[in-house]
Design a protein around this ligand. Structure first.
Ligand code: 5GP
Ligand code: SF4
Ligand code: MG
Length: 465
């Protein structure tokens, strides 16, 4: 998911819509905005579909007045995929000291246990979302102001959370102690500030990137000032390395590094680790493009767009059902026959999850007359599900959980297949010495099975780590 908020500008909801539009790649199912105006109070709108199709309509935006707003773009990772508008964030709660809206990116790993406990004690849940726990935990806190209630609530929550919240006068941002999901602060001139999942959300509104909200930090912004607090016991940060590989936008800056540059560098590592004699390096667009550029630069093999992407289709894996997802590859990608025919082709993609994409692309490229097909993957084999907010399927659907790379190569029917090593990935992400196994610098659980937070609900249900 993507979260965005702004304080201190007129038409805050319009700024929020722009920010969410820049974060659309983080969630394409639905979006919501809550705004506050001293005369008209809190107002909200939640809609299915793209930001640009909903939050551009003047008739809707006029219902969201005020100088303070937050918003959310949704990509469902937990529970049933059946879409309910009541699952769309931000969530809103009215407390004795005033209202509060909350938007969450990540996944709460003890949400089911918390929900059971809260319902037993009288909470009335409105949605099926793990994030709703936060509002109910806040409601039960005995603290006398909202930031303190939020601290109480988030101390009970486990897993990954980058949270943006707003009261009548404050914009609040919090990251979990591991800092699994990103969150950044921007300045918009005279006392106006923005919070965004990624820096690309600041760029679109012309805000200056100040800094990241740090892992385990809470910032409270009001009256043109930022106050910082540390509500949690300190831990070593474990940012999601898959944000670098796939999830974030390449024009965003994370941990002081350009995401594009990290991806290009993964391609360089791949060319060193898994060279091959070939005539053409092709990205699987768009997610494989920067790594393909790096592979071509390092290997000296010419780069070309052998696969063309239809720009009017979103991210394949966000399509809800298997059948549509299978079609999705063809709806989205097509081969550029004249470039590929007769050539030995290196195809570079960001990840292999179920293997559906790679299989279809291999067929398309061979149909177009390629002489050889070599897959190079810009992440290690995805062998474990993510419980921290990225929608990887169950283990039995993950190709790498069932097959070795050699078996995957034969199953795909390609001439060669290679994944970047975990150390190569860390080097590309700026860790010259690779992964520190005693104290890893990132979360890489979907590749390593090393879960930095035990996924409580899953373990209770019998998941074996
Ligand atoms: P596959 O077809 O192997 O399931 O998916 C691999 C391709 O789709 C990659 O190009 C990647 O960009 C994207 N992708 C598809 N499904 C998922 C998913 O469930 N999780 C993630 N992380 N990426 C996916
Ligand atoms: Fe990111 Fe993978 Fe960790 Fe999930 S398991 S947070 S996708 S690195
Ligand atoms: Mg892709």
């Amino acid at each position: 998911c993507g979260v965005f908020g702004v304080i201190g500008v007129s038409e805050a909801a319009n700024f929020t819509a722009l920010g969410l539009h820049a974060l659309q790649h983080r969630g394409q199912e639905a979006g919501g905005i809550v705004s506050y105006d001293p005369e008209l109070g809190f107002n909200s709108a939640h809609r299915f579909g793209y930001v640009r199709d909903n939050f551009t309509k003047q008739s809707l935006m006029e219902t969201l007045p005020g100088m303070l707003a937050i918003g959310h773009v949704r990509y469902s990772t937990t529970g049933a995929k059946s879409p309910h508008i009541r699952d769309v964030q931000p969530f809103f709660g009215e407390f004795a000291m005033g209202g509060c809206a909350v938007a969450h990116n990540g996944n709460i790993t003890n949400a089911e246990a918390l929900r059971r406990e809260l319902i037993e004690r009288g909470s009335i849940f409105q949605s099926g979302s793990d994030s709703e726990c936060i509002i109910h935990l806040m409601a039960r806190s005995i603290q006398s102001n909202i930031p303190e209630r939020m601290k109480d609530a988030l101390r009970r929550v486990e897993g990954a959370f980058s949270v943006i919240a707003m009261t009548r006068t404050k914009l609040i941002g919090v990251r979990d102690p591991l800092g699994v999901r990103p969150l950044v602060i921007g300045k918009l001139g005279d006392g106006a500030f923005a919070l965004s999942s990624e820096t690309c959300g600041l760029d679109i509104i012309g805000a200056e990137f100040l800094r990241e909200v740090e892992p385990g930090e809470m910032v409270v912004i009001s009256k043109g000032r930022i106050e910082s607090a540390r509500p949690f016991a300190p831990r070593n940060a474990r940012f999601c390395i898959f944000e670098h590989v796939y999830f974030s936008r390449p024009d965003s800056i994370i941990g002081g590094r350009s995401v594009y540059e990290t991806r290009r560098q993964i391609g360089v590592e791949l060319a060193r680790e898994a060279p091959v004699e070939a005539d053409l390096v092709c990205p699987v667009p768009d997610s494989g493009t920067p790594a393909a550029i790096g592979y071509a630069q390092e290997s000296g093999i010419p780069y070309g767009m052998g696969i063309i992407r239809n720009q009017y289709v979103g991210r394949t894996f966000i399509e809800p059902t298997e059948q549509i997802r299978n079609m999705g590859v063809r709806l989205k990608l097509n081969v550029n026959r004249s470039l590929i025919a007769g050539k030995r082709v290196v195809l570079v993609d960001d990840s292999v999850v179920r293997g559906t994409t790679s299989l279809k692309i291999k067929d398309m490229v061979l149909d177009a007359g390629a002489r050889e097909v070599h897959f190079r993957i810009a992440s290690p084999p995805t062998a474990w599900p993510c419980f921290y907010g990225v929608d990887t399927p169950h283990r039995d659907k993950l190709l790498a959980a069932r097959m070795t790379p050699e078996e995957m190569r034969d199953w795909m029917g390609v001439d060669s297949l290679a994944f970047v090593s975990l150390d190569g990935l860390y080097r590309a992400a700026g860790e010259a010495g690779g992964r520190k196994n005693s104290c890893p610098q990132y979360c890489d659980a979907c590749f390593s099975g090393d879960y930095p937070v035990a996924p409580y609900d899953q373990v209770e249900r019998g998941f074996e780590m």
